[in-house]
Design a protein around this ligand. Structure first.
Ligand code: NAI
Length: 249
């Protein structure tokens, strides 16, 4: 389904990004992925080795998705190294939860830069090689919070809602070039980002709103990312697909 496609995944040293990288590699795609901090370097190296174990080409790049120049270098390096580019999964993201009364301008900017500007930074670069081959798929990691909002997460919600507007606009701009752009809106997925939600009363409150009665797994999100990366979704663009155990109903 994605065999021999060259795929970029941002922020893939752990969590959903790592699961997506593994899923793509397991299914025969070549995977270039980014990580941002020195503390992730060891994990990134281990992931690269694990991906290579699937018999494909894989490489880890240290690149800050929030930095325009670093994204330009990252994408150019990938195209030089892998020869082409078919898929970009914009996964990198952070949350800095705070009520608006306490939210500082620095916290706001940080979340917007990492979550939203990163999607602009990367997409602007990846469409160049994709336009040359008149084919490509961009998959952006939004969130159910970008659709319904959440108290204490105004910046996160705004950044994820921004991704949805961006996704639809790019689908309109580049559909005629056979470049698709879709967004994934996960609900509560078990990763480092949400581990604190799993404890105590908070977990019960979240779980009671989820018809399927459980958090999702990174692997389940990876299945959807692979579908949107693959030719199985060749006539799907501009969509926001929720994966949330029914939370959005
Ligand atoms: P995570 O915190 O485990 O992973 C995020 C990854 O992004 C980390 O590896 C981190 O190093 C990387 N990253 C952070 N800033 C970066 C930057 N500037 N440049 C490059 N990489 C950077 O979180 P998780 O849960 O795996 O989240 C992945 C994506 O899914 C995020 O965009 C998140 O907002 C989104 N999401 C997660 C949900 C969840 O319940 N876990 C729900 C909805 C959306």
């Amino acid at each position: 389904m994605v065999k021999d496609k060259v795929c970029i995944v941002t922020g893939a040293a752990r969590g959903i990004g790592a699961a997506i990288a593994k899923k793509l590699a397991k299914n025969g795609a070549h995977v270039a992925f980014s990580y941002v901090s020195d503390s992730s370097a060891e994990r990134a190296e281990a992931l690269q080795k694990e991906l290579e174990g699937f018999g494909i080409k894989a490489k880890a790049y240290k690149s800050n998705a929030a930095d325009f120049a670093q994204c330009e270098t990252f994408v150019n390096d990938v195209v030089n190294e892998f020869g082409k580019l078919d898929v970009c999964v914009n996964n990198a993201g952070i949350s800095i939860d705070n009520l608006l009364l306490r939210m500082t301008p620095e916290q706001w900017d940080q979340v917007m830069n990492v979550n939203l500007k990163s999607v602009y930074n990367m997409t602007k670069q990846v469409i160049k090689p994709m336009m040359k081959t008149r084919s490509g798929s961009v998959v952006n990691m939004s969130s159910i919070i970008g659709i319904r909002g959440n108290a204490g997460q105004a910046s996160y919600a705004a950044s994820k809602a921004g991704i949805i507007g961006f996704t639809k606009s790019i689908a309109l701009e580049l559909g005629s070039r056979n470049i698709r752009c879709n967004a994934i809106a996960p609900g509560f997925i078990e990763t480092d980002m949400t581990h604190y939600l799993k404890e105590g009363k908070a977990a019960d409150n979240f779980l009671k709103d989820i018809p399927m009665g459980r958090f999702g797994t990174a692997d389940e999100v990876a299945n959807l990312a692979m579908f949107l990366s693959s030719d199985l979704s060749s006539y799907i663009t501009g969509e926001v697909i929720s994966i949330c155990g029914g939370l959005s109903i």
